[in-house]
Design a protein around this ligand. Structure first.
Ligand SMILES: N[C@@H]1[C@@H](O)[C@H](O)[C@@H](COP(=O)(O)O)O[C@@H]1O
Length: 243
């Protein structure tokens, strides 16, 4: 892993945006893995700024999002499809048919998970996967557990995850109980991974991700086994290269 530390979030957002932009400049038909949550909003803004300056085009690029809530209409502002449209897709020249977010309203969710995996398999691998992290170490919506899933699947969200995300809803009761998420296998297939972690309250889980045991109880710790992970953070953490 490579750890880049930043003194402020504005610099972090710019650097993260620049990395994503450099991938698309080098390979216009790049496949990008996208993330949601509070963390990537600033870096998406930076990407939009650069696009508006005419310095990058996403005409040939494809995107696959990590996850989507189950049962939340796509028109709901907190659906991850709506989030992506509002924060990125509506402001750049990416083709609608090249943006992929799991369908959390499919009548057969298992079939939707298989469809998503097949599409990723055919169009992938992902060149750069963007990730945030949950306070409990989840990536996508792969929650801590005794075992993790390789494939896209429907997950029951942990109470702590619903609590963390209630800030986006009117009340905890409005936060969906389930989501569809890429499995760990799909995430780990990406050629490179950019993990962005913001805020002092995430320093402890980032330390466990970088330096703790590799365990399904901290899904992000599996990233230690990936050959090309870049971590960008404003947290006060170190990456210990030996014990
Ligand atoms: N499923 C998403 C993750 O992809 C995200 O990384 C994480 C942290 O979110 P935030 O960036 O808002 O802290 O939780 C969400 O629920």
């Amino acid at each position: 892993m490579i750890l880049h530390k930043f003194k402020n979030q504005a610099d972090l957002d710019r650097a993260a945006a620049d990395l994503i932009i450099s991938v698309v400049r080098a390979k216009p038909n790049a496949v990008l893995g996208m993330a949601t949550g509070g963390t990537p909003v600033g870096l998406y803004n930076e990407i939009v700024k650069t696009y508006k300056q005419g310095l990058v085009s996403f005409k040939e690029a494809k995107t696959f999002n990590l996850d989507e809530y189950v049962g939340l209409p796509v028109t709901h502002p907190e659906s991850y499809r709506a989030f992506m449209q509002r924060n990125l897709f509506d402001h750049i020249d990416i083709k609608a048919e090249n943006t992929h977010v799991p369908n959390g309203n499919a009548s057969n969710v298992d079939a939707e998970c298989r469809r998503y995996d097949e599409m990723m398999y055919q169009q992938g691998p992902v060149d750069l996967q963007l990730l945030g992290i949950g306070h409990n170490g989840h990536i996508g919506f792969n929650e801590p557990d005794t075992q993790l899933s390789r494939f896209t699947y429907q997950v029951t969200l942990k109470q702590e995850t619903r609590e963390a995300n209630k800030r986006f809803f009117n009340s905890i009761d409005d936060v969906p109980t389930h989501a569809v998420t890429m499995g760990m296998g799909s995430i780990m297939q990406a050629k490179a991974i950019l993990l962005v972690v913001k805020g002092a309250e995430k320093a402890e889980i980032l330390d466990r991700t970088l330096n703790g045991p590799i365990t399904t109880q901290v899904p992000a710790s599996l990233l230690q086994t990936h050959p090309r992970v870049i971590v960008m953070t404003d947290c006060d953490v170190e990456y210990k290269v030996s014990h």
